[in-house]
Design a protein around this ligand. Structure first.
Ligand code: FES
Length: 195
């Protein structure tokens, strides 16, 4: 076949500018996080040369599921709730927690409800059961002691890892909490949506 994809006709996502990030503050919205992470998906029309004829055909469309994972009123501060996202496959175990303090990407009236994948980005250590309410952190990882700050998008506090913990993006609808995406690559996957 000599078909050749010439170019994808899709608007490039707007990169965050300084206006999005006033000094010292992280105000990136969940939607901007999705776009800047390259994980937003859309219907993409591509131009294809098929001999003399040129046609536009839809390319692959892949989206994160919208999954209800809890209720705001049922959450208690520092008591994590487990769930799986974005699927039931390997390394999908994640945690939803009300930190009791405002956090990056947090939802709810106090912006203190966040969710993260449970697997260390270094070599996949299982962080289940390592939540610390006094420091709002996950860790230390049982393998090489990495610890992650859940108030700051899962950034590394200490240890061997060099990537932040993947943050599950949340939306609130009434009292229902939905997982709608993942910011960062889940350990053990080359694509978060290929479990
Ligand atoms: S696997 Fe977690 S620090 Fe190495």
């Amino acid at each position: 076949m000599t078909n050749q994809i010439k170019r994808a006709e899709i608007d490039a996502p707007r990169l965050p500018s300084k206006k999005d990030h006033p000094a010292g503050k992280c105000l990136m919205s969940r939607r901007k996080m999705l776009f800047s992470s390259g994980l937003a998906t859309a219907t993409v029309m591509v131009s294809v040369n098929a001999g003399a004829a040129a046609a536009k055909v839809p390319a692959m469309v892949t989206t994160y599921p919208r999954k209800k994972i809890g209720s705001l009123s049922a959450l208690k501060v520092d008591q994590p709730l487990g769930f799986k996202y974005p699927d039931e496959g390997a390394y999908a175990q994640s945690m939803l927690v009300k930190l009791g303090t405002e956090a990056g990407g947090g939802i709810g009236p106090h912006r203190d409800v966040v969710a993260f994948n449970y697997f260390c980005t270094h070599q996949g250590g299982d962080l289940s059961g390592t939540y610390k309410g006094d420091t709002k952190s996950l860790g230390a990882c049982p393998l090489h002691l990495s610890t992650y700050d859940l108030t700051r998008h899962g950034i590394l506090i200490s240890g061997q890892a060099y990537q932040s913990l993947p943050q599950v993006l949340l939306e609130l609808q009434g009292d229902d909490i939905y997982a709608v995406g993942v910011f960062g690559l889940i350990f053990g996957r080359y694509d978060n949506l290929q479990g």
